[in-house]
Design a protein around this ligand. Structure first.
Ligand SMILES: Cc1cc2nc3c(=O)[nH]c(=O)nc-3n(C[C@H](O)[C@H](O)[C@H](O)COP(=O)(O)O)c2cc1C
Length: 170
């Protein structure tokens, strides 16, 4: 899929088919994460691939708006290391997640960023060491829904030229 097409057509997916996602595809998605940019190329990230239904159910309980985590065939926890990049580990991790979401979409797979969750609880559940940070958990699976695109602000609203507040026609 062409990059711009993937960027524009990607949707957050909150319902998944039961069909499994082979490790080969999971690794392709993680390969995209591996090539994300990071501050000083520190690559302060690691990933936990979760298929265990009991663990996925527990993760779902920890996510206020992520009950569907239990239904996804795979959940990928994204762990960042504040020691490797104190200022930017979450920014770097977010770059990796966006790469993952776009790569997954181009392979016909859906994902959704899970933001609101008990991240300390999830760390304990997955055995993530105390000194590391759990950025998010990403469900991954074949979409069982066709989501409509939520609207986006127009470029006219978002873009200034040369100085903040200055429109092109000013
Ligand atoms: C930082 C962040 C946190 C999010 N948290 C959640 C969440 O907890 N649950 C959820 O269903 N969607 C979550 N989303 C997905 C957004 O709701 C979604 O990206 C947005 O509505 C735009 O829809 P689209 O991704 O289909 O374009 C989150 C997205 C981001 C970037």
């Amino acid at each position: 899929m062409e990059v711009f097409e993937a960027i524009k057509s990607r949707r957050s997916v909150r319902r998944y088919r039961r069909e499994d996602v082979p490790d080969e595809l999971v690794l392709k998605v993680l390969e995209a994460a591996r090539w994300a940019p990071s501050s000083k190329n520190r690559q302060p990230w690691s990933f936990v691939v979760v298929r265990n239904p009991v663990v996925k159910k527990e993760l779902a309980k920890l996510a206020a708006f992520g009950g569907f985590l239990a239904e996804a065939p795979v959940v990928i926890a994204v762990v960042t290391d504040p020691r490797a990049s104190p200022r930017f580990h979450e920014v770097d991790g977010s770059c990796a997640v966006e790469n993952m979401m776009l790569a997954a979409w181009s392979l016909g797979l859906g994902t959704c960023w899970i933001g609101t969750m008990d991240r300390e609880g999830a760390k304990q559940l997955l055995g993530v060491p105390e000194e590391l940070n759990l950025l998010t958990v990403i469900p991954l699976g074949y979409p069982a829904e066709e989501s409509r695109a939520p609207s986006r602000k127009s470029l006219d609203e978002l873009v200034y030229w040369e100085r903040f507040g200055q429109r092109k026609s000013d």
